[in-house]
Design a protein around this ligand. Structure first.
Ligand code: PNS
Length: 182
């Protein structure tokens, strides 16, 4: 069994991509939302739990939980053997390496497993999603529809208008050049 700890404020398509990958290599995967008293989140822990539960209801071996304190202590209580974390780009690596090595120091039998989300999510982060959504920008490509709706409700913003394709000027029939080359 593995735990996938994080803030998930809000869960993004990148998180869901990682959950899908993790659910394929672990017999059981627990998405573990940290209750962090030092941070004022956008969504409460309960809201995040409910959202991730709805988004992962299709996976039989995935469940969602919350925890306080050290990740290694929580993992030990659950008898998890691995901590799953996503690495999007080299910039994530330093922080993730430090955390993985510190967790190993604290609990040597617990392994950290890094997985890469699909490359088209490599620029997606909860922080940027919050920022864009707060300013009424489009986040539909970054988060599932459910999260997009919840963000709109949170920030009381309207759905962004669908951009109509700009019509390119078409040459008139008479003006069109005959294609003489075959
Ligand atoms: O989604 P995030 O914010 O990058 O997740 C970070 C998280 C929750 C995995 C990390 O902050 C964490 O493990 N916090 C719990 C406290 C802890 O164990 N700290 C020591 C880490 S070496």
């Amino acid at each position: 069994m593995a735990i996938y700890p994080g803030s998930f404020d809000p869960p993004t398509k990148g998180h869901l991509d990682l959950i899908a990958r993790g659910s394929r290599i672990f017999d059981e995967l627990v998405v573990a939302i940290l209750r962090n008293p030092d941070k004022t989140p956008l969504f409460s822990v309960e809201e995040r739990k409910e959202m991730i539960e709805l988004l992962t209801s299709g996976y039989k071996n995935v469940r969602v939980d919350t925890f306080e304190g050290l990740t290694v202590d929580y993992a030990t209580r659950l008898r998890a053997t691995a901590v799953l974390r996503g690495i999007r780009a080299i910039s994530d690596y330093e922080y993730e390496l430090q955390m993985a090595l510190m967790n190993r120091k604290l609990q040597p039998t617990l392994e950290t497993v890094f997985m890469m989300p699909a490359e088209h999510y490599s620029y997606v982060s909860s922080r940027l999603v919050r920022e864009i959504a707060a300013m009424g920008g489009p986040v539909g490509a970054l988060v599932p529809g459910l999260i997009e709706q919840r963000l709109r409700a949170k920030f009381k913003t309207a759905a962004p208008e669908k951009k109509s394709r700009a019509k390119l000027p078409q040459p008139s029939k008479r003006g069109r050049k005959r294609n003489t080359q075959s």
